[in-house]
Design a protein around this ligand. Structure first.
Ligand SMILES: [Fe+2]
Length: 253
């Protein structure tokens, strides 16, 4: 089973990003971001996800004041761990080769069971979600090419945040808000229900996820109760923009 640890994965990402830069692969605008050489869309990302849960890249308490320690512990060790376990059970039952990337399953998820859809999405989304956060940073914002791409597409960073936040606030019930890049190389915003994501062939929005926000109540209820909007507003202080930039770069490798 292919289970690269975080260090290896991040090293690989770092190398691929540097490789892309060395080749002069970059971007300065959002639409189109790149006139990249034709590569099969679903295979363009250098970031691949395995079936095992990877270590949390920080302590449960590292996000305190925005997301409390108990929420993080329950979220990671109970909810997300269960998605990984149930995904692997489904993979065995449905004869999915777990040495292949999970992304290969997600892009064809309509061919699999509801158990695979719910838990495959749940595992993928959470593995990404942990990486999309870091300890609170004041005046937290993207820089460089990522900031340029966002402002090109959405006018201002504040406007981008408002539109993204609205997708999270307005998602009825449980789901996710997303920044993703579509096959036309445009940055897009949207939301998905339950544990769906833009990789899935069944999703209403389609593309490669760059930033995801979990708006299930299990992500915030202990601290925020019904105040999802407050959770979202505070969450912006946690976004790991370096990781989001890595994902955008990796998409173009
Ligand atoms: Fe969650």
């Amino acid at each position: 089973m292919s289970t690269p640890n975080n260090t290896n994965r991040r090293t690989f990402i770092s190398k691929t990003v540097k490789g892309g830069l060395a080749l002069g692969i970059g971007f300065s605008s959002a639409a189109p971001l790149l006139s990249c050489a034709a590569v099969k869309h679903t295979n363009r990302s250098a970031i691949k996800t395995g079936f095992d849960q990877q270590p949390l890249p920080y302590a449960y308490s590292a996000l305190e004041n925005v997301i409390d320690t108990m929420t993080m512990e329950i979220h990671y060790s109970k909810h997300a761990a269960a998605y990984s376990k149930n995904l692997k059970d489904a993979a065995i039952a449905e004869k999915v080769e777990m040495t292949n990337p999970l992304e290969d399953v997600l892009v064809n998820i309509s061919k699999y069971s509801a158990k695979m859809r719910n838990n495959g999405g749940g595992h993928y989304n959470h593995e990404m979600f942990w990486q999309c956060m870091r300890p609170k940073t004041e005046n937290n914002a993207p820089t460089g090419n990522l900031l340029s791409a966002i402002t090109k597409q959405f006018g201002t960073f504040d406007n981008f945040k408002k539109q993204f936040s609205d997708f999270g606030k307005n998602r009825f019930g449980s789901g996710w808000a997303w920044l993703y890049i579509n096959k036309e190389n445009q940055l897009m915003l949207g939301s998905t229900i339950n544990q769906d994501n833009p990789l899935m062939d069944v999703a209403e929005i389609k593309g490669f996820p760059l930033l995801g926000l979990d708006v299930w109540e299990h992500a915030y209820y202990l601290k925020y109760q019904n105040r999802r909007a407050d959770y979202i507003e505070n969450w912006w202080n946690l976004v790991n923009w370096d990781y989001v930039a890595e994902r955008l770069h990796s998409y173009h490798i």
